[in-house]
Structures are given as structure tokens and as C-alpha cells.
Design a protein around this ligand. Structure first.
Ligand code: SF4
Ligand code: SF4
Length: 468
């Protein structure tokens, strides 16, 4: 339904999705089924299958991707990043950012138009369902003007079901497929928090695709706002060739020759999912979806003019300059990317099969036992990075009169998991010098992992003349 407001009308349209009185202008794009659309359709379904399967598929016994936030562990293509891997994670994030800079500088917003889940699901799942249930653009606009009917209600119900599926796919990246399956196959009362999370995520997905839609790209996503700094004059963009198209004039009035090639049919505008006019130049709202290229190519075919009035091009080319692929920013990005990926690869290759952290015990630093010996508590945190269960033996190496008391020795740790255990080391009081003595602790799994730690035991100060 059209929303009216008492606000004064703006002189011109401020945003493509706002009416002049400030109310929401619903964008109901007319689908253009050209060659780019057909390619995007194939890419979209391949991506939907990929997005769905990634949390289910496994590599080296681990999910392809799992972002376990409570445990602060991230698994990416067989490599698990533990909380201790802050440097590696930072290196990975840095590499991803540089890769985004590089890809955007070369291919523009190809991610937005072809691969972003927002675009893929909106244009190739929700929008086709909308057309199937409500009808085409004209009927949707009528519904907007005259109020919803049963078809729109049915559409929203279908959207909710699809959103529930999507929400579950999304959650599988964070909780793992097996846990998600267990949640889905047991009653909500068995896991009320998980159910609330699933419901909340479903509602967010539903609101995004049923109501917020292109606003996500225009208002919420920061990527579009960065495009002015990420793109340069040679980057690939979807652009309108004003030199060829202007002055625009309807075909019948153009006299066949006197006007430019743009016949001002506005099909490039009515097909745009963000509601903009590509003839106004490069705009932040343009997600480079190529729909206006397909629409305009079809028009050019009909009027017998060459295709490409709207096309993949660059600012430099549109302004009459030549294409130049190699430019300083690409060389800089490539060099940084090579270095950061190289460092990441080396760090990953040098990773050991376990991470052991030795900590002092909680509470008093030492205890003097009735026998006169001094006892220190230690804690060992062992993270098993392998894809199989491992048992880690904790031993003392050398050292006169030392005793190790470890209730869990060897300590068994499941694949990809970590465990914390406590142990006590006792040493004769006389063996302490200046309130300290050194010991060497060895942790090994009997397969391929062994690490030795030099540890300082604490004891009574000699000047104290005895135990505290
Ligand atoms: S579709 Fe092509 S011809 Fe029609 S208005 Fe757009 S640019 Fe002009
Ligand atoms: S201007 Fe063209 S490429 Fe950009 S969002 Fe609109 S239809 Fe897609």
C-alpha cells in the first residue's frame, strides 16, 4: 500500500528507494533474461549448493567451515585456528581484506552482483518465488497501490519457510551440522536457547528478504560505501556509454539517426533491483548485477543497433581512454597479498600437531608438605590439532628427588579438542636455591609430538628459615 506522509516533499529524489515525501518506494524490478542473467543463474545455483553443502562436507575429518564462537575455534578447509592462533587469524583476515581490495580494483563489484548471498538468494530464490505467487511487476505494483491480497499473504508464508531453511544453513556454520540436526530433530523444549536462536535467525532472514531487501546493499552493507576508494578509473564497472547514447530520444522521434542510441525506453531502470538509472553514471547503489546490460541489449537488438550501450567497461574507457590493466595499486596489492599468503602458508605448514600451554596452579604458589617436601601445582592445557584422539604423557625429565603426581596421565584429548589438567610436582625443600628450582617437563603423544618445558618451581625463601 502506498504510504503518505505530511513531510514536505523533496525537490528531487534523494534515494532511489525513497519517494519524494520520504516514504518507501518499493522496487519491483522487471526481470531481463539476457545472456548475463543466464550465466548468473548457473553461478547462483552452483553457489546455493556450495553455501548449503560447506557445513556438511568434511575434510580431514573436520567440517569445511566451522566458526565455533563459544570455543573460539575456527575451522577453514581442514585447518583449525585455536584461540592461541591470534596471529594466524589476523594474518588470514588481513589476507582476505587485501584479496578483496585486489579483486575489487580489477573486477569492480563482481562479488555483489554475482556471488554475495544477499544477491544470490534475493534474485534467484525469493524474487522468482514472488513472481510465481504474486505475478509480474505490473501486478506487484498494483498490490503495492491497493493493498495486499491472499497471494501476498501466501508469498510471505512461503518466504518464512525458505527463511527457516536459510537460517538453519547459516547456523550450521556456527554450531556444526551434527548439532544442528540434533536440534532440528528434538522438541524445542529440549533446547529452548537453541530454539530461540533458530527462531531469531529465521525472523532476521525473513525481515531481510521480505522487507529490507535492496536496503541491505544500499544502506547496511559497508562494501558499497567503500567502492569509491576501492575502484579506480580502470576497474571493471557496469556503465552507460553516454557518448554513444546521448542525446537520448524515443525511437519514433529519433528519426532513425539524428539522436543518440538511447531510445529512452527506461527498461534499464525498470529492471534495476536497486531502482537506479545507470545513465546517471556510477552510483553507490549499483551492485553490478548486469540486469541493465541485458535489458538494453534486448532493446538494441529490437531497434537494430549494436549491443553494448550499457556494458561491462571502465570509467577510463567510457571517457575515451584506453584500458590499462597493470597499474601501481594492483602491483602493491599483489605484492602484499603474496607476502601475507606466503607467511600464512609457512605458519600453517610449521604448525605442530598439538599446542601445550603450561600454567601455574591457582591459589598459593607452593605448599610445604608434612614430609618437609615442597609441592607446586601446575596446569597443562593441551589442544589436539589432529583428526584422531591422542593420549599425551606428562613426565619429568631428570631432576633429583622430584615426584610428579598427575591424576590424568596420560591425558586423552579428542580430535580437534582441548583439555585442561592439573598436576603436582614435589621436590625436597633443600633442593631450592633462593626460593626457586628448575624442572623440565616433557609432554609427548608417542606419535609425532614432543615438547619440553623448563619450569621454575617456587619454594620457601632461605631467609625465612622455613616454610611460610
Ligand atoms: S535500456 Fe538502453 S535504450 Fe533503453 S533507456 Fe536504458 S540505456 Fe536507453
Ligand atoms: S544499475 Fe544495472 S548493474 Fe547496477 S544495480 Fe542497477 S541493474 Fe544492476
Amino acid at each position: 500500500m502506498t504510504v503518505t506522509s505530511n513531510a514536505p516533499e523533496a525537490r528531487e529524489r534523494v534515494l532511489s528507494t525513497l519517494n519524494r515525501d520520504g516514504s518507501r518506494r518499493w522496487v519491483r524490478p522487471k526481470l531481463s533474461r539476457g545472456r548475463h542473467y543466464r550465466r548468473r543463474l548457473l553461478a547462483a545455483w552452483a553457489l546455493i549448493a556450495t553455501f548449503t553443502l560447506i557445513p556438511i562436507l568434511r575434510l580431514n575429518g573436520k567440517p569445511l567451515m566451522l566458526f565455533d564462537i563459544p570455543k573460539r575455534e575456527f575451522t577453514l578447509f581442514g585447518a583449525t585456528f585455536l584461540p592461541t592462533d591470534t596471529f594466524l587469524l589476523m594474518l588470514l583476515l588481513f589476507s582476505i581484506f587485501i584479496a578483496i581490495f585486489l579483486v575489487t580494483a580489477v573486477l569492480g563489484r563482481v562479488w555483489c552482483g554475482w556471488a554475495c548471498p544477499q544477491t544470490v538468494y534475493m534474485e534467484f530464490v525469493y524474487r522468482p518465488l514472488e513472481v510465481l505467487i504474486e505475478g509480474g511487476r505490473a501486478r506487484q505494483l498494483r498490490l503495492d497501490a491497493h493493498g495486499p491480497d491472499a497471494r501476498r499473504t501466501l508469498k510471505l508464508a512461503v518466504f518464512f519457510v525458505v527463511s527457516a531453511f536459510l537460517a538453519n544453513t547459516f547456523l550450521a556454520y556456527f554450531v556444526g551440522w551434527e548439532r544442528l540436526l540434533a536440534w532440528m530433530t528434538s522438541p524445542p523444549t529440549a533446547h529452548p536457547t537453541a530454539f530461540a536462536v533458530m527462531l531469531g535467525t529465521t525472523l532476521l532472514m525473513f525481515l531481510d528478504f521480505a522487507w529490507f531487501r535492496e536496503q541491505t546493499c544500499i544502506v547496511a552493507c559497508p562494501y558499497g560505501r567503500f567502492q569509491s576508494v576501492l575502484l579506480d578509473r580502470q576497474s571493471l564497472i557496469v556503465g552507460y556509454d553516454a557518448g554513444r547514447g546521448e542525446p537520448r530520444a524515443p525511437w519514433r522521434k529519433a528519426g532513425g539517426r539524428t539522436a543518440g542510441d538511447c531510445v529512452d525506453c527506461r527498461l534499464c531502470v525498470s529492471t534495476c533491483p536497486t531502482g537506479i538509472d545507470i545513465r546517471d553514471g556510477l552510483q553507490m547503489e549499483c551492485v553490478h548485477c548486469t540486469q541493465c546490460i541485458d535489458a538494453c541489449d534486448a532493446v538494441m537488438d529490437r531497434v537494430g543497433l549494436p549491443r553494448g550501450l550499457v556494458r561491462y567497461t571502465s570509467q577510463a574507457e567510457l571517457e575515451g581512454g584506453g584500458a590499462r590493466f597493470l597499474r601501481p595499486r594492483l602491483l602493491v596489492y599483489s605484492a602484499i597479498l603474496l607476502l601475507s599468503f606466503g607467511a600464512l602458508g609457512l605458519s600453517l605448514a610449521g604448525q605442530r600437531s598439538a599446542d601445550v600451554t603450561l600454567l601455574r596452579g591457582l591459589g598459593a604458589p607452593f605448599t610445604v608438605l608434612p614430609s618437609g617436601e615442597v609441592s607446586n601445582q601446575i596446569r597443562l592445557k593441551i589442544a589436539n590439532r589432529t583428526d584422531g584422539e591422542r593420549s599425551y604423557a606428562i613426565e619429568l625429565v631428570g631432576g633429583e628427588g622430584l615426584t610428579l603426581i598427575a591424576p590424568e596421565n596420560p591425558l586423552t584429548v579428542a580430535a580437534g579438542d582441548s583439555a585442561l589438567t592439573a598436576a603436582f610436582i614435589t621436590a625436597p625443600r633443600a633442593s631450592f636455591t633462593g626460593g626457586e628450582r628448575s624442572v623440565v617437563i616433557r609432554v609427548s603423544d608417542g606419535v609425532d609430538f614432543e615438547e619440553r618445558f623448563e619450569h621454575r618451581l617456587l619454594g620457601p625463601e632461605p631467609s625465612a628459615g622455613g616454610a611460610p
